[in-house]
Each structure stands twice: as C-alpha cells, then as structure tokens.
Design a protein around this ligand. Structure first.
Ligand SMILES: [Zn+2]
Length: 260
C-alpha cells in the first residue's frame, strides 16, 4: 500500500472510454493510494450513468450538473430534472458547472443564465459546487458575491491569477490542481501550486482529460494523481505525506466525504 491516501477530486470515471478498463483502473488507483474518487456530471443524459458508475465501487462520490461546454445539449427542462435528482440522490456537490469564455463562439448570456440557475439550486440545497472556469474568473467571482453564495466549492483545474485565487479562498473555495503542474512551462500554475496556502489546495486528474507531461499519448487516469502529488511536493516545503494528508482533508471536509 502507498504511504498516503489521496482523493481524486475530479475524474470522469463514467466516460465510455473507460468501459473496458474501469475495474482495473479503479484497482490500480487504489493500489497507488487513491482512497476516494469524485465524479462530476456534464450533461443531463449522463446523470444516471454517473450514479450507476459511482454505485459500483465503494468510496466513489458524485456531483450532478450541466457543464458550460455543452450548451447545445442542454434543454431548459434539464434544470428542473437536475433539481429533482439533487433532491433524491446523495450528491456531494452540484457540478460540474461554470463559465467557459475560451470556447470558440461561446454564448456568455446563455452560460451565465444556466450557471445562475444552478448556483441557486446549490444554495437552496446547501451544496458546494464544482466549477469549470476559463477566461471568466472575474465574472464568476462577481456572480458568487452578488448571490451571496457561501456554500463554497472547488474551482477545478484552476487557471486564474493569484489575486483571483485569493478571492475564491476568501469565499470558501478550494483550488484544484492537476496535470498542468507537470508541464515545465506552466510557470503561472506551478507558481500558484508552490505559493498558495496548502489548506486551499485539492488535487485532481480530470481523467480522461488533462493528460500529464510525458503521458500525452494516453487517456489520463486517476492513478496518475500520484505524479501530480509528487510534482506539487517538489515545489513546496512540506513533505509529500503532509501534502497528501492536507489536500485530502481539504476535499473531505468541503464535500463531506466519509472518513475511509
Ligand atoms: Zn471535468
């Protein structure tokens, strides 16, 4: 067994690309020290698949939400269905939801209105959120503030500035770090991983996406979170065990995950 227990706070274990290898993938991640997995949903049609995947293994939690990169797939009625699912399923968060102003041809009005409705659902159910944010941190922060959103959450694959990070932290958010830190040229993200307070950081893989440096040719998978952990440890003064323990405790507390 590994010397640590890590939570992969963001992995799409339900994606069909893993169908043939899911069991093996979970086992090899557990052997590497991954003790818990969090699966966020991206569209309504995936909700049941996410729930079914999570039910197959112990220590897998899930979130449900409508992702900003799939605006063409969302229907207005999906919001109602999301609220129903959230009332009847043991979700750990609403997600992944957010704003993506990096996408070609993005519709900011539609994204903002979808996000607002989902933040409202999260607030009503006192649930944290798993946020996907690209090129829209200031607008996101403004929306969270205007809605007095105080359930917190994780800004997954954080890509903002130190000032934006500080604002999220003040609002009770954790910042997710994944494969990007393994790229030698990712100076900005590596600097944040080095300097942010450890109690504001969580680790993730975003499997099968966000492939690691040197592993660009294969789908990402949860066991590679150990490489992310090692990379972060190489940048920081704390020991690798401390970084694993604190980032795991951060995710556990925020998402109210069970203790094993
Ligand atoms: Zn994701």
């Amino acid at each position: 067994m590994a010397d640590w227990q890590i939570i992969d706070s963001h992995c799409h274990l339900d994606f069909p690309v893993f169908d043939a290898i899911r069991q093996q993938l979970v086992q090899s991640a557990q052997a590497a020290g991954v003790s818990h997995f969090v699966i966020p949903a991206v569209t309504y049609k995936d909700f049941q698949r996410v729930i079914d995947t999570a039910s197959l293994y112990p220590h897998v939690s899930f979130a449900l939400g409508l992702h900003p990169c799939f605006m063409q797939e969302h229907q207005l009625s999906d919001l109602e269905k999301l609220a129903e699912y959230i009332e009847s399923q043991p979700v750990c968060a609403v997600g992944e939801i957010g704003l993506d102003f990096y996408l070609e041809g993005f519709d900011s009005v539609a994204q903002i209105s979808l996000l607002k409705a989902q933040l409202k659902i999260a607030k009503e159910h006192q649930l944290p959120v798993l946020l996907h944010v690209r090129k829209a941190h200031d607008i996101m922060l403004k929306m969270l503030r205007e809605m007095s959103f105080d359930e917190g959450g994780i800004v997954h694959a954080f890509s903002g500035s130190a000032v934006q990070a500080e604002r999220y932290i003040q609002m009770g958010f954790k910042l997710g770090f994944g494969g990007v830190v393994t790229y030698p040229r990712a100076n900005k993200i590596r600097h944040l991983a080095k300097t942010l307070p450890l109690n504001s950081i969580v680790l993730e893989t975003d499997s099968p996406d966000m492939r690691l440096y040197g592993r660009q040719g294969e789908p990402n998978q949860p066991k590679y979170i150990v490489d992310v952990l090692k990379e972060v440890a190489g940048l920081r003064p704390e020991s690798i065990e401390t970084i694993a323990a604190i980032t795991t405790a951060n995710a556990r507390r925020l998402l109210k995950l069970d203790g094993s």
